[in-house]
Design a protein around this ligand. Structure first.
Ligand SMILES: Nc1ncnc2c1ncn2[C@@H]1O[C@H](COP(=O)(O)OP(=O)(O)OP(=O)(O)O)[C@@H](O)[C@H]1O
Length: 803
């Protein structure tokens, strides 16, 4: 127990799983927590609480603990208990958190991004990394605490690390995401010699090649230090840091990713753009698809390169189908490479790698037929794996069932001795039967007692004198002979040697394979691209998408559809948009539920699809390459920070007005609704003018404020559109069709009726409306709006930041 307490002292923040024989035990407070979390029995040892899990079921239980946000330290026996003198030496061999698991059976195909937040002089450095794939991004963001929360909400992080002076953010995260693992890192994680850790991890002499500033290097060093401490080894499998903000990509803000339903989270799973486009066959492809969607391209050349490949697949559907079959056999090489680098690869990983390498030539054959670039074939690696690993290896190393015959002479020799001894056992059985005349005599082996000759009690009198009694069972006796004892010794030595040798050979092999990690990761990226684009081709055929073309000053979508909504409604009504440099602002009016938000989102999503290289749900699309999309859709309270709906709304508008430009698409839904009508209209009016005059962004503004439609009288480039509604005897029918004009009524009461409000309430509402709707008043308001003085904005962005 003293040994346990000493170890626990160093791992106070962890649940310590302490190996005792065939169990991992937990003690004291840890035992109470573990038994509760895993629903296992709480027992006692010397009067102290204890709860244990069988060693073979570790992964299963570990997964449950990590999923519940615990940090777990695994304390192993460092020597064989049967030969150890005194107390068996034990050490913590690894510390696991949700962001540091890489074991195949504990994680699904999705990326497992962790986020480290480090306060910089200006803003915060974010390091976003996936330990299981080695993918890493870094950047400095001038975010407010609320923007940090938004950022966290739009990416499904598995853990957040932060410095200990960010308590407020930590508490906010804890309140908003109770299941998310959050850890404060002490100051010593961040210091000057982090530069050395970074250099070592990347094997570089000069960190300048990483193009990071000092603060970013510290933050990155802290990540490596954290991982080194928890994994107890050097970390070398990460890719060079990629910038989150690059000039090659659109940087979608988290609000837009959420508003447009681009990537799945718990609530939107199955109903996002990602779900519609996920025709990928490999886990790597699926993960990279998420990355593509969150970072659409802005280079026409790169987009068109993707489109060209897609088109090639699309034009040869037979090959496309065949390729699908082969891709299905491709395993998660990206993660296998990480496990090789971390010395955590299993025999199963190597078989998976072998299978993958075997299908590459077939994939390459198809790629060649299509005139596409082929993939690296790794001949040498394939040959090595074929030579080293048996076809169906056991996942338990040390039983002689992993390393192939011929790979290591010494191992082969002991395996032969082992096999011979088994044959010899059979011979002894025959011989002893003959000698003693006991026909049901059996020669066998028991894990604890070793070799034995078993004779039933009925035949005890026939047992010869040279049999030495070893064990008494209910109906039989077990004996040993001198010959058998000698054989047993040889057998045990061989068994032990096989165990030692196979483990060592396997370890050496993995170490040797580390030279392939970099190229395997490049392969992973290349095959993901093929997988995704093949999938885009399949989606484009199945869902009838067209290839968009890009032109600077036209934004034309004919008969466009919302790719997600169209999958869920019986009949989707397609709609057009036609904007250009002179007509680039649409005020869209229409009743609730008529399809305004869908239309708005559809234009955003189609733009994103176009810029990730996919075809789009439309009959024709000619669009500009946008450098960003900004959205203000839906009103939500920010309970955590205590901000009202209106304040959240205005913060978002402020961010748009500070960032959008003529190459942006701005989608506004109901701006100003969170406050009084007059205030709301005024803010919406001023915002629209500013966007129109100064930012010149392509904009669609859906609103209930009829008054805003008067903007079109002031500015030639502002258009009024409405959603068509049909009035019938029994109520209104939504046509979901966008047409020129202004929605003349708000139909609020009609929608209330559709929603099932009691008939009396609906008819009373109509009565009240008759009485209060004063036409003259409305007309007077319009008249006074006509008199609004023109205002020419002067661009002065510095003063704009309101929140
Ligand atoms: N073009 C369309 N074709 C078919 N169905 C549609 C179309 N657009 C919208 N719908 C259906 O109508 C529903 C309501 O659409 P949407 O949310 O866009 O309305 P809205 O006008 O924005 O409403 P609100 O003002 O209340 O937010 C959608 O969930 C969808 O089922």
């Amino acid at each position: 127990m003293r040994q346990y307490l000493e170890i626990k002292e160093d791992y106070k923040d962890c649940l310590v799983l302490f190996r005792l024989g065939d169990f991992y035990e937990t003690f004291f407070e840890d035992a109470k927590i573990t038994s509760e979390a895993l629903q296992i029995t709480l027992t006692q040892r010397n009067g102290h609480p204890m709860a244990g899990i069988p060693h073979h079921a570790l992964d299963n239980y570990l997964k449950k603990l990590l999923d519940q946000g615990f940090k777990v330290a695994i304390c192993e026996q460092m020597e064989d208990p049967s030969t150890a003198k005194g107390i068996v030496k034990r050490e913590v061999t690894q510390v696991l958190t949700p962001g540091t698991v890489v074991e195949e059976n504990m994680i699904d195909e999705n990326n497992r991004y962790s986020l480290l937040i480090y306060p910089a002089k200006k803003g915060y450095v974010f390091v976003i990394f996936d330990f299981s794939t080695g993918d890493l991004y870094i950047d400095t963001f001038e975010y407010t605490e609320n923007e940090i929360m938004d950022f966290i909400s739009s990416y499904s992080f598995v853990q957040v690390l932060l410095t200990n002076n960010l308590r407020n953010i930590k508490n906010n995260i804890k309140n908003s995401y109770p299941g998310l693992y959050v850890e404060e890192l002490e100051d010593w994680y961040f210091n000057k010699n982090n530069i050395d850790i970074v250099k070592e991890s990347y094997g570089i002499l000069n960190p300048d090649v990483l193009k990071l500033n000092d603060e970013e290097i510290y933050a990155l060093g802290a990540v490596f230090k954290y991982l080194e401490v928890s994994q107890k080894q050097k970390i070398t499998h990460f890719s060079f840091p990629k910038r989150f903000k690059t000039s090659n990509n659109m940087i979608l803000d988290s609000t837009t990713i959420l508003n447009l339903g681009l990537l799945p989270n718990k609530e939107t799973k199955g109903k996002t753009l990602y779900d519609v486009l996920k025709f990928t066959k490999t886990s790597m492809g699926a993960r990279h698809l998420q990355q593509w969607i969150s970072k659409p391209l802005i280079s026409k050349k790169e987009i068109e390169e993707r489109q060209d490949i897609l088109e090639i697949f699309r034009n040869d559907q037979l090959v496309m189908e065949e390729l699908k079959e082969y891709l299905s056999a491709v395993r998660d090489v990206e993660r296998i490479a990480s496990r090789i680098s971390l010395m955590k690869a299993t025999p199963r990983d190597l078989t998976a790698l072998k299978t993958t390498l075997e299908v590459i030539p077939y994939i390459n054959e198809l790629l060649l037929m299509l005139g596409l670039e082929t993939l690296e074939e790794f001949f040498e690696l394939k040959e090595l794996l074929n030579r080293a690993i048996v076809d169906e290896p056991s996942n338990q190393i040390g039983k002689g069932k992993v390393i192939k015959e011929g790979f290591n002479e010494e191992l082969d020799q002991y395996k032969k001795i082992f096999e011979k001894s088994s044959d010899f056992l059979k011979e002894i059985e025959i011989k002893e039967k003959e000698k003693t005349g006991i026909t049901n005599l059996k020669v066998g082996r028991n894990k604890i007692y070793g070799f034995y000759i078993e004779v039933t009690k009925a035949n005890s009198d026939k047992v010869p004198g040279y049999y030495i009694r070893k064990q008494t069972l209910v109906n039989s006796e077990r004996y040993i002979t001198e010959e058998l004892r000698e054989l047993e010794e040889k057998f045990s030595i061989a068994e032990k040697k096989i165990d030692e040798l196979e483990k060592r050979i396997f370890e050496d092999l993995i170490r040797d394979l580390q030279r392939y990690v970099k190229t395997l990761k490049i392969f992973a990226e290349n095959i993901s691209k093929i997988d995704i684009l093949r999938g885009f081709a399949e989606a484009s055929i199945k869902y009838n998408y067209v290839r968009p073309i890009f032109s600077d000053n036209k934004f034309i979508i004919k008969n466009g559809r919302h790719p997600v909504v169209e999958r869920f409604v019986e009949q989707f009504t397609p709609n057009d948009i036609m904007l250009d440099e002179n007509k680039r602002f649409v005020i869209l009016t229409g009743p609730n539920m008529s399809g305004k938000s869908t239309y708005l989102r559809q234009i955003g999503i189609i733009s994103i699809m176009a810029q990730i290289g996919s075809f789009v749900p439309a009959e024709y699309a000619e669009m500009p390459i946008l450098n960003n999309i900004y959205t203000r859709i839906g009103a939500k309270d920010d309970v955590v920070s205590g901000k009202s709906t209106f304040l959240v709304e205005m913060s978002e508008v402020s961010s748009i007005l500070n960032n959008a430009d003529e190459k942006s698409l701005v989608l506004l839904d109901e701006v100003g609704r969170g406050t009084g009508t007059i205030d709301g209209i005024s803010v919406a009016w001023a915002t629209s003018e500013y966007i129109y005059q100064i930012l010149k962004s392509y904009t669609i503004f859906a609103t209930h404020y009829m008054e805003l439609t008067m903007l079109a009288d002031f500015y030639d480039g502002i258009l009024n559109k409405r959603v068509k509604v049909m009035e019938t005897e029994s109520g209104i029918i939504f046509m979901h069709k966008i047409e020129d004009g202004i929605s003349d009524k708000s139909y609020g009461i009609e929608v209330a009726k559709l929603a099932g409000l009691p008939a009396e309430v609906v008819s009373r509402a109509k009565e009240v409306m008759e009485e209060i709707s004063n036409k003259t008043e409305f007309e007077n308001k319009l008249k006074s709006m006509k008199k609004i003085k023109h205002r020419k904005y002067q661009k002065n962005t510095k003063q704009l930041k309101l929140f």
